[in-house]
Ligand binder design. Structure first.
Ligand code: NAD
Length: 279
């Protein structure tokens, strides 16, 4: 049987480390504060925002919640971001995505002060990651690196294949694996013969957004398989991009859904926030 990579346990460990760091900062008279902005009331976003508030409370950070109406104008949202950029007591600013259609997400992300860009989506943060300079890193891929490292999985010199090239998962994931000295290939919807490429992977990261698409035909025997996907099936049960039952018997390690990559995203958000204080 493969090693089951336990995202619940590893994320709890990271949150406890952050809690200690926040207490140390408090002892030096420094508070940590995250501002979370939600526009509209998309139910999934409300759940994510609620979980972020709970995580802040757990690690001892303050959180400011801004729940804005669906019809909020882009200018009003940008004004709020500018106000939070200027507030010294706010260390991190997070705008919950997706935003309503009338708001330009790129412009909103660009408005966040890169020193407070705890989601790591600002072009300056992405650029810093690309050229190996310090900066915030997108939480989900940063969490995956922690999962691998804390599970004793070596990345250096390994063939790493990432399926998906989104700005929030696939691309930063590829850059992080490269930073860890992996040999990295990125696949996407236009990749020819996907299976032929994914079968080369020692470490396969599926961020494709298609339920259970990755079956054992895509996986080399003994590979490490990381499943980023989150979907609800017809019975309202969570599943990933990987067909877990089919793939688990042939791989050496795998993340389950739920309890794999999912819990890492918020843990890394807390980590980024605590780190923003000393910047
Ligand atoms: P996305 O839709 O933005 O990107 C999907 C990528 O997959 C695209 O780059 C596309 O080129 C590629 N793709 C689509 N079909 C393909 C195919 N048939 N063959 C090869 N490549 C194909 O999605 P995303 O935002 O990167 O998210 C990916 C998945 O991860 C989703 O299921 C999402 O819900 C999940 N997700 C989870 C977390 C978490 O915290 N666990 C965070 C973000 C996203």
């Amino acid at each position: 049987m493969p090693q089951i990579i336990d995202g619940k346990a590893i994320s709890a460990q990271i949150k406890d480390e952050v809690k200690e760091r926040v207490a140390e900062l408090a002892a030096q008279g420094k508070k940590v504060c995250l501002a979370v902005i939600q526009v509209g009331n998309d139910p999934a976003s409300s759940v994510y925002v609620g979980n972020k508030k709970k995580a802040c409370a757990y690690v001892g950070m303050e959180s400011l919640a801004y729940e804005l109406a669906e019809e909020t104008t882009q200018e009003a949202l940008l004004d709020l971001i500018r106000e939070l950029n200027a507030k010294e007591e706010v260390n991190g600013i997070l705008v919950q995505l997706p935003l309503p259609k009338h708001i330009d997400e790129d412009e909103v992300i660009r408005a966040i002060d890169p020193k407070k860009d705890v989601d790591g989506f600002h072009p300056q943060s992405v650029g810093a990651l690309c050229i190996g300079q310090p900066g915030f890193v997108s939480c989900t891929p940063a969490g995956i690196i922690q999962l691998l490292k804390r599970s004793g999985i070596e990345i250096a010199g390994k063939e790493c294949v990432v399926i998906g090239r989104s700005n929030i998962v696939g691309k930063p994931m590829a850059l992080l694996l490269l930073r860890e000295n992996g040999t990295v290939t990125v696949c996407h919807s236009r990749t020819k013969d996907l299976k032929e490429v994914t079968k080369r992977a020692d470490i396969l990261v599926a961020a494709v957004g298609k339920p259970k698409m990755i079956t054992r035909e895509y996986v080399k025997e003994g590979a490490v398989v990381i499943d980023v996907g989150i979907h609800r099936n017809e019975n309202n049960k969570l599943c990933g991009d990987v067909d877990y039952e089919d793939v688990a018997p042939v791989c050496s390690a795998i993340t389950p859904v739920p309890g794999g990559v999912g819990p890492m995203t918020i843990a890394m958000l807390m980590y980024n926030c605590a780190n923003s204080v000393s910047r």
